[in-house]
Write a protein that binds this ligand. Sequence first.
Ligand SMILES: Nc1ncnc2c1ncn2[C@@H]1O[C@H](COP(=O)(O)OP(=O)(O)OP(=O)(O)O)[C@@H](O)[C@H]1O
Ligand SMILES: [Mg+2]
Length: 269
Amino acid sequence: MLEIKNITKKFGALTAVNNLSFNVQKGDVFGIAGPNGAGKSTLYNLITGLYPFEGSIRFNGQELRGMLPHRIAKLGIARTFQIPQTFPSLTVEAGIGIGNYFGSQDGFDSSYVDQILKFVNLDKKRNHKTGQLNLLDKKMLMIGAALATKPKILMLDEPMAGSNSKEIISLMDLIKRINQDMGIAIIIIEHFMKVLTELTRKLLIIQTGTEICCGDPVEVTSNPKVIECYLGSSGDGQITTSENSNSEIHIGEKNAEKNLTGSNHAGGK
Ligand SMILES: Nc1ncnc2c1ncn2[C@@H]1O[C@H](COP(=O)(O)OP(=O)(O)OP(=O)(O)O)[C@@H](O)[C@H]1O
Ligand SMILES: [Mg+2]
């Protein structure tokens, strides 16, 4: 369904994405992990048409390179952001409605918006202003707005960041339902190894934009090259159990606190 071939993105002298290739099939849950600055969010920005790049990205046979973001969205590729992005003065219902109005090929459908409000468990808060929502509900709203575009692929950028273990369970349940009940393929960037091994069928590890390894998530996370990539030769601890997140195994961040607060994530990532 999504065929990524030899894509490279340079920002001046920095190669953020270096000759990456992978495929995502219909119904897949595909994971992406790697240390901070590995190029994971940049990869999403390339797939969604935010930056020009070298190489090829095809979606159901159609080349996306050079296509504008709104056209890519209408083809059926939706994404969320590392920091939840909402329109704070709008209601939850309007926030999801906007996704449907601007993103769906079928035009606005209020009954579909109702369906999504229930699916992401926000129907009782439909009249709340999005700016008043807690972090979990903001994430649910952002995922709901993406679902309202009727995507064939949903790309999630660190959906668990800043969440406690109960919230992680709710988000994992939602992601499974999106994949299994709605039949939507998922690409998920995540630092929590347990989330990746439980949810994904294939896992790609990147470091400084380059593929380290790709395959079965359990095999990938025990691959010595991957462990080296996280631990480094100095062994400064990147595959670790984060005591701050109820013993979730956690990979890829220099500092567990960043994952809990989301404070490491600059806007626009
Ligand atoms: N618009 C940009 N202009 C210049 N450099 C950029 C831009 N966007 C990203 N970068 C750089 O590209 C590299 C990859 O950044 P990216 O945000 O993709 O990493 P990431 O893997 O998502 O990291 P994190 O886990 O911290 O979210 C970083 O060195 C970053 O500073
Ligand atoms: Mg990122």
